[in-house]
Design a protein around this ligand. Structure first.
Ligand code: ZN
Length: 305
């Protein structure tokens, strides 16, 4: 079904992906415009240059933003605890106002955008609780309940959960806030620091991935025991390394040891911990959905942040 034109921004730590589309089919196919994430002024200038013609034509009806975090969701602000120093206090709503004035804005974290997409149209479609975790340079995660991203006082920060350290692992951890939290031990940045080479150059048989499976298993066990979700979707470049997903599936089932007596967590584990269905498109599709939801909310009289 074709509707009004909606803009989408998926803002990551290294790149910002922009797209416009008038339907789900289009956002899944469209060639996005990619801007490098540098300082806010230059980056947003390029982002707005992309959207300007669509805004000028009057065809753009709403904008959805999935941003790297941490963010203050109600005010669309990147918090002052972000390690990206130049972006501390960055206010998305104000920053895009010069070109996208008055448009309804849908806003959430990039991980919550991704879980929204996967829970709506992807690997977790129709599931009651879906958890999306991306394991790339960093580790981010979002939770969707009945198709809606979960918000507490803030958003969840699954990447910073505590996992038991492997006794043989002497790496101190790379998280600037916690040292050896999950992200500090198992992110692509942690792998690069521990092994002295970029994670993407490690061969698939490298013992780095045995250790990686240990930490991602601990994560999956914790998520499972806490939420009993229908699906854990593992995205990101590190999680895509051949053999790693299968290892995490088998070890998670073994670690749970049948205590959660459900096929999903035992013999059905391969349908439980899965790759994204919207491969490489979860974030931008989710951002587009955030925009579409904002447009629907504005029709009901809700105010832009
Ligand atoms: Zn941390």
């Amino acid at each position: 079904m074709v509707g009004p034109l909606i803009g989408a921004i998926e803002a990551g730590g290294t790149k910002i992906v922009c797209a416009v589309a008038s339907s789900l089919e289009e956002i899944l196919e469209v060639e996005p415009h990619v801007v490098a994430t540098t300082d806010p002024f230059a980056t947003i200038g390029e982002v707005l240059d992309y959207f300007a013609p669509f805004a000028a034509s009057g065809d753009l009806a709403a904008i959805g933003i999935g941003s790297f975090g941490p963010v203050d969701h109600p005010t669309t602000t990147v918090t002052r605890t972000t390690p990206k120093v130049a972006w501390r206090g960055f206010h998305w709503g104000q920053a895009i106002r010069p070109v996208l004035d008055d448009l309804p804005i849908g806003f959430d974290t990039d991980a919550n955008a991704a879980v929204l997409a996967e829970a709506t149209f992807g690997a977790g479609r129709g599931d009651a609780i879906v958890v999306y975790v991306t394991v790339g340079t960093g580790i981010g995660g979002g939770i969707a309940i009945d198709g809606q991203p979960l918000h507490g006082l803030l958003h969840s920060e699954l990447g910073h959960m505590v996992v038991p350290r492997d006794p043989a692992d002497v790496f101190s951890g790379s998280c600037p806030h916690h040292g050896d939290c999950l992200e500090g031990l198992a992110s692509g940045a942690a792998m690069a620091a521990r092994w002295g080479q970029p994670a993407e150059t490690l061969q698939s048989g490298h013992r780095a991935f045995d250790l990686e499976a240990t930490y991602l298993t601990a994560m999956c066990v914790t998520i499972t025991t806490m939420l009993a979700p229908s699906r854990i979707v593992l995205g990101g470049g590190v999680a895509a390394v051949p053999g790693l997903l299968s290892e995490v599936q088998q070890r998670t089932a073994a670690s749970l040891n049948g205590y959660l007596a459900l096929d999903r967590y035992t013999t059905g584990i391969e349908d439980y911990i899965v790759r994204p269905l919207l491969t490489g498109r979860s974030g931008i599709t989710g951002a587009w959905l955030l925009g579409r939801n904002a447009l629907e909310a504005s029709a009901l009289g809700e105010q832009r942040p």
